[in-house]
Design a protein around this ligand. Structure first.
Ligand code: ADP
Ligand code: F6P
Length: 444
């Protein structure tokens, strides 16, 4: 069976969330970048609506056709929490926690990937282009290739691709590789990720390596600009007008190094190297039933309490902690008000938060402390780079960012990074991938 969509996006999640019975656009640049392509090409987005055991018919939201894929409670546990986020996520992020290998999870991953592939095959018109997203769906290209040899298939990996020696731990490594090879083009965030994949494929005598490329993802820069002075003043007043306002914005995930940045701040306070400073730490709840996420949250919240107990005063905590999602307009105010942004992941495919912060400082204000292990460090190469595994390095980067504040060099660095992000936004990313995919298609 074939559908009538000339362009199909397949992602684990639909670009909408159900809030009080209504569909609302979920925040994220991907849909902003792809919406014009979807609308132009009578396109469709295949994905999971985010609720287990809920059946929804296909519908249109904001001019985009959405094709829900139903996941039941067992799929949620074994495919989403299990294989995707307790096996692949830690393996692809270089074993920050130990990946868990379970045969039932693998079987469920395969079955759910089949469901997505079937839905994509049904939605795609003859000769359509199908773009599959991310590590949750690595078998879809191979499965879809068998179901629909006529379609052109792109795959983009939003997270890092590990060194082959790590990847080879995976008991189902061959099947995953075969799944990816169904794509006509595989896109990665960094050259390093692409090189890891090519090294792996080169060592497999059976591999049919598809075309690969490096396409660093970005943000919808039109959504982020400096907030007005009144909004900035309000944020700073809410946190009692510290001399230095620091900010962290992350999903509460062990890859993000939130505890390590808190430890760095606590040690700087102990050593008297940080005066009149406050941190706003926004942490979005994420994958909350998984033990390693529970442990990360406990560690972060204990540190927040301890630091405030040791160094805060009544009405003047050092760390202002929010464990919930924040509207984009409010995030923009936080980004604009912050003197120093702390982005300290142990490993991150890209880290869009770093780019969002930079986009909010066109005037050269602010400073970015950035882990060398974030994909964003390749482009945002004038940040204060740190190694999150080395607390002294994080401390020194924070201090150097504070000391350099308002210097011509610091302003120049922010202005230059801002121009880079504005020019290389998410639409440009989508165009680059899709035009390369179109070139591969012409040569097929
Ligand atoms: P990841 O994809 O691993 O979560 P990124 O930094 O690449 O990390 O992207 C996170 C996205 O989620 C950014 O667009 C950021 O603005 C958004 N985000 C993170 N925390 C929050 C929050 N508390 N409220 C709203 N949006 C958030
Ligand atoms: O960037 C990696 C990623 O898993 C995306 O696929 C996803 O949109 C985001 O992080 C949030 O994760 P989740 O969908 O598990 O809440």
């Amino acid at each position: 069976m074939s559908g009538d969509n000339a362009f199909v996006v397949v992602a684990n999640r639909l670009p909408v969330d159900r809030v009080d019975g209504q569909w609302v656009a979920s925040p994220g640049g991907l849909v902003a970048a792809l919406a014009p392509v979807l609308k132009r090409n009578s396109g469709c987005w295949v994905g999971w609506p985010g609720e287990p055991d809920a059946t929804f018919s296909p519908f249109t939201h904001d001019g985009i056709r959405l094709q829900p894929v139903e996941l039941d409670a067992d799929d949620f546990e074994e495919f989403y929490e299990g294989f995707s986020n307790s096996t692949l996520w830690p393996l692809y992020h270089d074993l920050i926690v130990t990946p868990r290998y379970h045969r039932e999870w693998w079987q469920r991953y395969r079955a759910v990937n089949e469901k997505f592939a079937r839905a994509a095959a049904d939605a795609a018109a003859e000769g359509a282009t199908v773009w599959v997203q991310d590590y949750q769906l690595q078998l879809v290209p191979g499965l879809l290739r068998e179901m629909r040899p006529d379609v052109t298939i792109g795959f983009f990996l939003h997270i890092p691709f590990p060194n082959p020696d790590l990847f080879r731990q995976l008991p189902w490594r061959t099947q995953v590789l075969r799944g990816l090879e169904g794509a006509d083009l595989i896109g990665f965030q960094r050259r390093r990720d692409e090189a890891n994949f090519l090294d792996l494929a080169a060592s497999d005598p059976e591999a049919h390596t598809p075309r690969t490329g490096t396409f660093p993802i970005s943000i919808d820069a039109s959504e982020f600009d400096k907030a007005d002075d009144a909004a900035i003043t309000k944020v700073r007043e809410l946190v009692s007008n510290p001399r230095t306002l620091m900010l962290g914005v992350d999903r509460l995930d062990y890859t993000k190094g939130i505890l390590q940045r808190l430890t760095a701040i606590e040690e700087l306070l102990e050593e008297g190297r940080l005066e009149s400073a406050a941190l706003i730490q926004v942490a979005t709840p994420s994958r909350e039933r998984i033990d390693s996420y529970k442990a990360t949250r406990a560690g972060v919240e204990e540190a927040v309490g301890r630091i405030n107990g040791r160094y805060g005063k009544l009405g003047r905590p050092v760390v202002h902690y929010e464990h919930h999602a924040v509207p984009k307009s409010q995030l923009r105010n936080y980004y604009s008000a912050a003197d120093i942004m702390l982005v300290t992941p142990f490993k991150d495919g890209m880290n869009l938060v770093a780019k969002e912060y930079v986009a909010c400082h066109p005037d050269g204000s602010g400073a970015l402390v950035l882990s060398e292990f974030a994909g964003a460090a390749v482009e945002l190469n004038r940040a204060h780079v740190c190694n999150p595994f080395d607390v002294e390095s994080v401390k020194n980067s924070i201090v150097s960012a504070i000391e350099a504040q308002d210097s011509p060099a610091a302003r120049d660095a922010m202005v230059q990074m801002n121009a880079h992000v504005r020019e290389h936004d998410v639409s440009r990313w989508a165009e680059a991938f899709l035009s390369e995919l179109a070139a591969v298609r012409r040569n097929r």
